[in-house]
Design a binder for this molecule. Structure first.
Ligand code: SAM
Length: 362
């Protein structure tokens, strides 16, 4: 993908460094992913079975069905405002949206999809009844914003602890090569040791999503934790993890676990509320995953009993694929994060998905 483009985006980045000196990592990420020639700039887009990564909506349509349940529960918690915008941001190839739309058909919502990637927008424009935009629309109604695997791709800063204290990772040039440059940092505390990934892009996006006519809510699903990113920055290309994020800008996705604790603090500082995250596994269970599995099992037994062996095998295959969504060692570890304007109640499914908090947690 982007085979003939990296030199272009690399040149854009190099030029800016030549003019202004080393750039902060979030700026590098902004250009490498989203500037013309960047990773998300052209088709085919990275997500989806043919791309560089497969996300939960591609695993089984029951994921979208249960996300739609969660949206319904959140809409109830918002006291069913009308008119109402349902906005999916970073919808990629539209797999989640396509499968969610029939499930939310009874909600009186204007459905808007926001994508930065022109390639993805072209694909999304083929979905009927949906408004496609490049950026969040001016907020004119209460809204529920859905972001699936978006936040980890929004530009982040990287703070490292060195023997000389905290330093911020910048990208500089050595000849034609991009290199890491450490600069002093004053406005962000480092982690105890190693690297701290600070999701500044995700935080600005959240505040923007929650600014406008209330009530508003954001449901974001991503990997990460309530206490730090849970790992360093890395990349993906061709289903493989890439450690060197400077070698081929434009050819590599750049991502890191989301520090939801930082987002929650930012939400509160902006007068909004954020609930602690729950695991995807618990969230899907709370929205009916087990009941769905039971129904599928009954269906499979009926198929076997009526001599439709091939159909029964297909149903079994679907059930086992769907189980990947709640696998505690895989997609089930993802976190579901809800932030809202003040006064929105915690949705029932979120309260029931909440794991018992350990005695050591504050
Ligand atoms: C990792 S993909 C996820 C796609 C899809 N949600 C899925 O789960 O398969 C992230 C998507 O977010 C889009 N994106 C990144 N920043 C965005 C922004 N500020 N506004 C809208 N879309 C954005 C990218 O173009 C990309 O398609």
């Amino acid at each position: 993908m982007n085979a003939d483009r990296p030199r272009e985006i690399g040149e854009t980045i190099a030029e800016e460094i030549r003019h202004r000196g080393p750039m902060r990592f979030d700026r590098y990420m902004e250009l490498a992913l989203y500037a013309p020639g960047g990773y998300y700039d052209e088709q085919p887009i990275g997500a989806g079975p043919a791309g560089d990564f497969v996300t939960s909506p591609h695993v089984h349509p029951v994921f979208a069905q249960l996300v739609a349940e969660a949206i319904g529960g959140l809409y109830e918690a918002m006291a069913r405002p009308e008119p109402f915008d349902l906005i999916e941001v970073g919808a990629g190839d539209g797999t989640l949206l396509r499968a969610t739309l029939p499930e939310i058909a009874d909600q009186p919502a204007r459905v808007i999809v926001v994508e930065r990637s022109p390639g993805a927008r072209a694909t999304l424009a083929t979905i009927a009844g949906v408004e496609v935009r490049e950026s969040l629309p001016d907020a004119s109604s209460p809204a529920l914003v859905l972001a699936h695997e978006l936040l980890d791709n929004l530009p982040f800063r990287r703070i490292v602890t060195t023997s000389d204290g905290a330093r911020e990772l910048h990208v500089g040039l050595e000849g034609e090569r991009f290199v890491e440059v450490l600069e002093p940092v004053a406005d962000i505390e480092p982690a105890g040791q190693g690297e701290r990934v600070v999701p500044v892009g995700a935080a600005s996006f959240m505040v923007e999503a929650l600014t406008g006519p209330a009530p508003r809510a954001l449901l974001a699903i991503d990997y990460g934790s309530d206490r730090g990113a849970g790992g360093g920055a890395h990349g993906y290309a061709g289903h493989r993890v890439i450690e060197d994020l400077l070698a081929a800008p434009g050819q590599t996705d750049i991502t890191a676990g989301v520090d939801f604790g930082f987002l929650a603090e930012t939400a509160r500082a902006a007068g909004m509320q954020a609930f602690p995250t729950v695991s995807q596994s618990a969230a899907l269970m709370a929205n009916g995953f087990e009941a769905w599995l039971r129904t599928e099992l009954e269906h499979q037994q009926d198929q076997l009993n009526s001599g439709r062996g091939a159909d029964a095998v297909r149903t079994w295959g679907g059930r086992s694929r769907a189980s990947m969504l709640v696998d505690p060692a895989g997609l089930g570890r993802f976190r579901w994060f809800v932030a809202t304007t003040p006064g929105v109640a915690e949705p029932e499914w979120l309260a029931s998905a909440r794991e018992p908090r350990s005695a050591t947690e504050p």
